[in-house]
Design a protein around this ligand. Sequence first.
Ligand code: MG
Length: 246
Amino acid sequence: MAESIGYSDTPFLPGTKWRVHDGERPQPRIVAPGKTDTEPPSDAVVLFDGSGFSNWTGRDGMAQWKVENGYMEVTRTGDIETKLHFGDCQLHLEWAAPAVVEGNSQGRGNSGVFLMGLYEIQVLDCYDNKTYPDGTTAALYGQYPPLANVCRKPGEWQSYEVVFIRPRWEHGKLVSPAYMTVFHNGILVHLHQALMGPTGHRIVSNYDTPHADAGPLKLQDHGNPGRFRNIWVRPIGRYDQTDVRL
Ligand code: MG
């Protein structure tokens, strides 16, 4: 007989069929972490590992950015986006602003990471570069400045760790906005921040137009030769859809 690992005489947890310390409750599934916390774990969808653009599309159906030495670099050939679409997810990526400093404000190392192709986390070189705060590095562009400016020097690799929850509509009415939690270089810069709507420029956004439950990850070509590497995503199972915790 299997050894008991829990309790069967405890009260039920509200809204569940499980008792407190219920040994019958499903175990968390096993995910093997990477050798470091930046390497993709066993269940990650690896979108870019330095080997090419097989997972990406761009202008005329082809991602035309440069790939070398394990990174991709913007080449003024337009935005690129993943062929796979995602909704709720954990995202890891690394980026570097151009080592040769050119331009000011929004013109210095501008790029961007768009969840679902719609919700931008700004990529910009704000190491000794001032711009409007809702457009600084790691800003939720046009809406929320980050909680801190933790930029490394131009040319140095930096990381974004993101938890994104997509918006939800019922019968065309918004019931839950998009939420973003972001760490920049390991520092918390947005905590479960509710977004006002898809990213826009010089507008106040809204959720008047419902969109699909999933969309591509998009990287912005803003004309500056920024770099990206080590991009992976883990779709998140919601508590209300599964009893498996990620
Ligand atoms: Mg941008």
